[in-house]
Write a protein that binds this ligand. Structure first.
Ligand code: CP
Length: 316
């Protein structure tokens, strides 16, 4: 069965069966990363372009690695070293990329809706790699794969998302994806980063980390999105760490088998203590490894392969 989808722009409207199919394909594709030759042929001759107008370590490298493992050609565009710095617009940059005849473009942009504009304007597949405060769907999918590994099933579990929920595209995609998958989502943070209007989403809003830690099967800590804050919303980072950071003392109040996650990049000593980030309950590096498999599954499905596939099992 083909995925039937040209683009992946967000998880808000992605049905449960489709999320499950992506996670199943990704779980199968992890095996390729354990081979001596980490490459299979299904996207041979296809071109995947990374179009990043904002900084990235994990998302850009893992999409590129995912494309390479499926034998696609890759081309990486970095706004800071491109003609964007000379005043070229998003659409003119996209038209230039279009002239290179890509099959898929992975886009990160500071403006919510930028990937949607490209998806409407061009025939190639667009994957949203993070648009402003809107969505970051591949991050939520890799988070869900990591939860599934640890918990077996996501349905019926309680996931606490703590910190700067208001400005986090990771939080929004997780809220949509997790609620579709049957999880209960709690959010907690200071009033400026976790406003009451979040209650319009399928979440329960709380205002202290201590209100959510004891109940959670998963605690997902978020970085303060300083680049999206137009004004000071915090008295100080030290106070933030004291009231909202996950340190080892707070973690002792959680379930012994709680799973600690963070999408990265982390700010040690602010939202998460170093001993928690590097501790036995942390799956932060598993999230990174799963990111490659999830992005392989997405490119594979979007570029014309469906649920059954199977043509990637043979080594190249
Ligand atoms: N989680 C995440 O999106 O990380 P990068 O900004 O490094 O891609």
């Amino acid at each position: 069965m083909k995925s039937g989808r040209k683009d992946l722009l967000g998880l808000r409207d992605v049905p449960r069966e489709e999320i499950e199919a992506i996670l199943t394909t990704a779980a199968q594709m992890r095996e390729i990363g354990r081979r001596r030759v980490k490459k299979v042929p299904p996207l041979r001759g296809r071109l995947v372009v990374s179009l990043f107008f904002e900084n990235s370590t994990r998302t850009r490298t893992s999409f590129e690695l995912a494309a390479k493992r499926l034998s696609a050609d890759t081309l990486s565009f970095n706004a800071s070293t491109s003609s964007t710095a000379k005043g070229e617009t998003l659409m003119d940059t996209a038209r230039t990329i279009f002239a290179m005849q890509p099959d898929a473009v992975v886009v990160r942009h500071a403006y919510a809706g930028a990937p949607h504009l490209l998806a409407r304007s061009f025939p190639w597949s667009v994957v949203n790699a993070g648009d402003g405060i809107n969505e970051h769907p591949s991050q939520a999918l890799l988070d869900m794969l990591t939860m599934q590994d640890r918990l077996g099933s996501i349905a019926g579990r309680t996931v606490a998302i703590v910190g700067d929920v208001q400005h986090s595209r990771v939080a929004r995609s997780n809220i949509f994806g997790l609620s579709t998958m049957g999880a209960r989502v709690l959010v907690a943070g200071p009033g400026t980063m976790c406003r009451r209007d979040l209650a319009a989403l399928p979440v329960t809003v709380r205002h202290t980390i201590d209100d959510v830690v004891a109940e959670a099967d998963v605690i997902m800590m978020l970085r303060i999105q300083h680049e999206r804050l137009g004004r000071a919303v915090l008295p100080s980072q030290r106070e933030y760490a004291a009231f909202y950071g996950l340190d080892i003392d707070r973690l002792r109040r959680a379930r012994p088998d709680v799973v600690v996650m963070h999408p990265g990049p982390i700010n040690r000593g602010v939202e998460i203590g170093a001993d928690v980030a590097d501790g036995p309950q942390s799956v932060i590096l598993d999230q990174v490894t799963n990111g490659i498999a999830v992005r392989m599954a997405l490119l594979y499905r979007l570029l014309g392969h469906g649920d059954s596939g199977g043509d990637w099992h043979a080594a190249d």
